[in-house]
Design a protein around this ligand. Sequence first.
Ligand SMILES: [Zn+2]
Length: 309
Amino acid sequence: MTTTLFTHEACTQHDPGAGHPESTARLKAVLSALDDAAFAALARQEAPQATIEQISRIHPRDHAMRVLASIPAHGYVRLDGDTVVSPDSGDATLRAAGAVCAAIDLVLSGTSKNAFCAVRPPGHHAVAEIPMGFCIFNSVAVGAAHARETHGLERVAVVDFDVHHGNGTQASFYNDPNLFYASTHQAPLYPGTGSVHEQGCQNNIVNAPLPPGAGSDMFRDAMTDRILPELRRFSPDLLLVSAGFDAHEDDPLAGLRFTDDDFRWVTHELAELADNCCGGRLVSALEGGYDLDALARSAAIHVATLMEA
Ligand SMILES: [Zn+2]
C-alpha cells in the first residue's frame, strides 16, 4: 500500500509579503526534500480546488465568498494582523482544503494507505468566520466534514502537534461528540487557547499544553499518557493530522525543543494507532514550521515514516 503526496504549484505561490515567516520558501524546501531518491515510491497527485460546498460545511458561504472576493489582482490585502493575501492566495487556500478532501477520497477508496498534503496556507487557526494566524480556510476541519458528509464516516479525529494551538479546529469540533481534537502546543503562546480545561461537549477535546523549553520527554509523555489513550478510546474511523513542525528546537517562532526524531516517533505512534483503529487510514496536512532546514528535514521524516507504516 502506498503513501500519496498531494500538492499544487499555487500553494507555493501564495505570497504573504516580504519578510513574512509563512513564506513561499517553506513549501519549496519541503518539496525539494521530498524530491530525494528515497521518496521514489511516493505516489504524487495534484491537489484539486475544494468546492464552495465543501468549504461552506465549516465556513459560512457568505463569509467564504467574501474572503475569496477580497483576494487582490495585484499587491496585498491584510485579512488580520498577520494573515495577508495576494493574487494566488485564493487558489492556494482552496487547493489546501481540496488536497485534504481528495486525500481522504483516495485513502477511503483503499488506493492509498495514507497521504500527506504539502500545502500552504496552513489552516488550523481559521475559525468559521475569521481568517487568522496565517490561515484562511481550515483545511483539516473541511476534510473532517467532507469525510462524514460524503463518505458517511461517523467519527473523525484530528491530532495536532504544531507548536500553536489549533483554535479554529477546536472551535469547529467543540460541540460535536463524534469529532475529536487533540493538541500538544506551547503555552503561553499565540493564540492563547488550548488549556486543559477546554474539553469539548463530551471530553472530545484533549489539550496538552507544554511550557516553553519543553522537549522530547514532555512531548512524548503528553502523547503517551494523555492524547493517545483518549484517541484510542474515541476510536476514529479516520485519523487526520495537523502536522506543524514549528515545535522543533531550531524554529524561530516559539520555544519548544522537539528534535527530528520526535517527529519520526509521533508519526509512527499515530500510524500504528490508525492501524489498530481504522485500517491505517490517516491523512496529514502541513501546518506551521518556520526554520527552513528543520521544516524540510522534519516533514521528510514524517513522510518517510508514513511510507513505512
Ligand atoms: Zn504553528
